[in-house]
Design a binder for this molecule. Structure first.
Ligand code: PGA
Length: 259
């Protein structure tokens, strides 16, 4: 068992209006809102951040966004800065999700700029990495994942406080939204490789402190076995985070089996 606090981060993607977001929080059991064993985070669309900041105030659940732009302000039509997210109540931001890499041409250089902007402003980044099915079948995909991690964090003077703030999510693209989870021991193996690589780059202490998540079709039925793997410190959850009951169950089970 690790000393790292388990994490359940919901990624709502492009779902829920502000009213639906408020209803979601209202439907959460009080035990979920008050629990402290798990770091529970809801990463919502920009348009829901305002109502969620209010709805989540006084609860243990933290608020996150799904993207940011690295400049502090300026003529960047359609973009949102780290400072704006902080002012909207966010503590976290997802960076480099495979959907952003695929549909919005985000590359490792941009991802790295965003990670730095998040950390400098005080936001905690959730850096996403992972391989496609083709890359897995071809073999040698582990090098791509380690490269994504290394480039994503490139140029950072990783302080102990950073190690506590950065979350890295391994999300095999073929497991996202498909109902096909990565085998638990395989997810554990990849996260172990990531941690070894982080130890080479930043030393064992920093690597041991960093929390590594698995993402890809995580559900209440899968989380107990996943979170018991030694390298899996939590999950980034899409579909199963959209229902209050299933989000609450994920948080409860992560606390029960992961702490
Ligand atoms: P999923 O999405 O849980 O619906 O597979 C995970 C993600 O994309 O973060």
């Amino acid at each position: 068992m690790s000393q790292r606090q388990p994490v359940i981060a919901g990624n709502w993607k492009m779902h829920k209006s502000p009213a639906e977001s408020r209803d979601f929080v209202a439907a959460l059991p009080e035990s979920c809102r008050r629990q402290e064993a798990v770091q529970a985070i809801l990463c919502a669309p920009f348009t829901s951040l305002g109502v969620l900041q209010e709805a989540l105030s006084g609860s243990q659940i933290q608020l996150g966004a799904q993207n940011l732009y690295h400049a502090p302000q300026g003529a960047f039509t359609g973009e949102v800065s780290a400072g704006m997210l902080l002012a909207s109540g966010c503590s976290h931001v997802i960076i480099g999700h495979s959907e952003r890499r695929e549909y919005f041409q985000e590359n490792d250089v941009l991802v790295n700029l965003k990670v730095k902007a998040a950390l400098e402003s005080g936001l905690n980044p959730i850096l996403c990495v992972g391989e496609s099915l083709g890359e897995r079948e071809q073999g040698g995909f582990e090098a791509k994942i380690l490269n994504q991690v290394e480039l994503g964090l490139s140029g950072l003077n990783l302080l102990p406080t950073h190690a506590e703030r950065i979350l890295i999510a391994y999300e095999p693209i073929w497991a996202i939204g498909t109902g096909k989870t990565c085998d638990d021991s395989e997810a554990n193996r990849i996260l172990g490789l990531i941690r070894q690589h982080l130890a080479r780059l930043y030393g064992q202490d920093r690597a041991s402190a960093l929390r590594l998540l698995y993402g890809g079709s995580v559900k209440p039925e899968t989380i107990a076995a996943q979170i018991q793997q030694p390298e899996i410190d939590g999950a980034l959850v899409g579909g199963a985070s959209l229902e209050p009951a299933s989000f609450a169950e994920l948080v409860q089970l992560a606390g029960q089996y992961g702490a």
